[in-house]
Write a protein that binds this ligand. Structure first.
Ligand SMILES: Cc1cc2nc3c(=O)[nH]c(=O)nc-3n(C[C@H](O)[C@H](O)[C@H](O)COP(=O)(O)O)c2cc1C
Length: 217
C-alpha cells in the first residue's frame, strides 16, 4: 500500500516537472504568441496621424513606462515635456520652416517649403526629451526612455516617430524662448522629440542589415 502511494507520488512529481518545462519553453519562445516580440516587430515610424488627441489614461500609462526605463545609477537624467498645445507646436514648426529656407535637408524635412508641411507630421502630441549636458550616460538614458515610449504606445496601437530635427530647432540659440516656455533648465539640451497620435497609415517595415550583428563564440 505504502509502495503504491510512493509510486503514484513520484509519477505526479515527474508529470508536474515535465509540464513546468514545457511552460518555460513556451514562455521563452520568440515565435507567435510572444506579445513583447510582436510589439517590437510591428512598430513602425508613423508620419500620418488622426487629429484626435491621445486619451489621458493611455498617455499616463506610456509615461509610467517611459520613466521605468533603466538609467545609469538610477539618475533618471532626462527632462521630458509632453506638448499638446497646438499653438506652441505650430510656432516651433514655423521656426523650423523659416530656418530651413535655402537648405538642402534630408528625409521628410526636404519638403519643408511645401504648404501644410509639419516637421512633427501634424501629430497632436509631441514628447520633447532633453538630456543632461553634464552626464555622459544621459544620451543612453534618454534613448532607453524613448524606446519604452515607442513600444508601450505601439502596444496600444498608438503611433510614434522619433524626430531628431526637434533638437536642431530647439537647441538653436534663437529658440531660448521656446525652452523657457517648456521649462527646460539650462543644465539640459534637447535630444529629440517623439510625435504621438492615433495612426493614419500603416507603413511596411524598412529593411534591416543582420550583418551588423556578429556572434563570437
Ligand atoms: C535619432 C532618430 C532621429 C530620427 N529623426 C527623424 C526625423 O527627423 N524625421 C522623421 O520622420 N523620422 C525620423 N526618425 C525615424 C527613422 O527615420 C526611422 O526610425 C527609420 O527610418 C526606421 O524606420 P522604422 O522606425 O519605421 O522602423 C528618427 C529616428 C531616430 C532613432
Amino acid at each position: 500500500m505504502t509502495r503504491k502511494v510512493l509510486i503514484t507520488a513520484m509519477a505526479c512529481i515527474t508529470l508536474l516537472a515535465c509540464d513546468n518545462q514545457k511552460k518555460e519553453m513556451k514562455d521563452s519562445s520568440t515565435e507567435q504568441g510572444n506579445v513583447v516580440v510582436e510589439t517590437i516587430m510591428n512598430r513602425r515610424s508613423i508620419r500620418s496621424y488622426m487629429p484626435e488627441q491621445v486619451k489621458q489614461e493611455q498617455l499616463d500609462t506610456i509615461i509610467q513606462c517611459a520613466i521605468n526605463a533603466p538609467s545609469a545609477l538610477n539618475r533618471q537624467s532626462w527632462e521630458v515635456r509632453v506638448i499638446q498645445n497646438a499653438d506652441l507646436l505650430n510656432r516651433i514648426n514655423a521656426s523650423f520652416v523659416e530656418k530651413a529656407k535655402g537648405k538642402k535637408l534630408q528625409g521628410s524635412a526636404a519638403r519643408a517649403q511645401e504648404p501644410g508641411f509639419s516637421v512633427f507630421h501634424n501629430a497632436p502630441t509631441l514628447i520633447v526629451v532633453a538630456k543632461d549636458k553634464a552626464n555622459p550616460y544621459s544620451a543612453v538614458d534618454c534613448g532607453l526612455l524613448a524606446q519604452n515610449i515607442l513600444l508601450s504606445a505601439q502596444s496600444m496601437n498608438i503611433g510614434t516617430c522619433v524626430v531628431g530635427n526637434t533638437a536642431s530647432i530647439l537647441n538653436d540659440p534663437d529658440s531660448k524662448a521656446f525652452l523657457e516656455e517648456m521649462d527646460i533648465p539650462d543644465t539640459h539640451e534637447v535630444a529629440f522629440g517623439i510625435t504621438m497620435g492615433y495612426k493614419n497609415e500603416s507603413p511596411d517595415a524598412k529593411p534591416r542589415d543582420i550583418n551588423k550583428v556578429q556572434v563570437i563564440k
